[in-house]
Design a protein around this ligand. Sequence first.
Ligand SMILES: [Zn+2]
Length: 146
Amino acid sequence: MGGYCMVDIAGALAVLGQAIGIAKDLREIDRGLDAGEFKARMADLYGSLADVKMALADAQEELKAKDKAISELRGNFEKRAEMVERNGFKYEKAADGEPQGLPFCPRCEQNLGRFYRLAQTNGPRGTVKCPECKSDYTHVQGFNWR
Ligand SMILES: [Zn+2]
């Protein structure tokens, strides 16, 4: 989640203020203004408006990214409510309230706020690995799926 959205909007508003100032100058301008100066002011105006458009497009992208992050966090939050903890590991909760399958990686939950289910390795039963951070855990209890 980037934090520059507010800055982009503030920047867009500042440039928009300048553009409005230029437009106001042009409206109030004396008819005696020469064509070259008028053209230069118009070029300033177009340039300012193009900057505003770009800043708003950036801000829109940023808002989209934030929406995505929010829905992801909400999904994780809902997922957490459907879990049950055993020996410090979080498992998916079966219909009867008991844990089922292998637990999720506590390290990834801590560091990323995401849930990755640990996978049994070729080693002894209960020796599992996280598919994401590759952490190894031993003596991890697995429960039957129901
Ligand atoms: Zn992990």
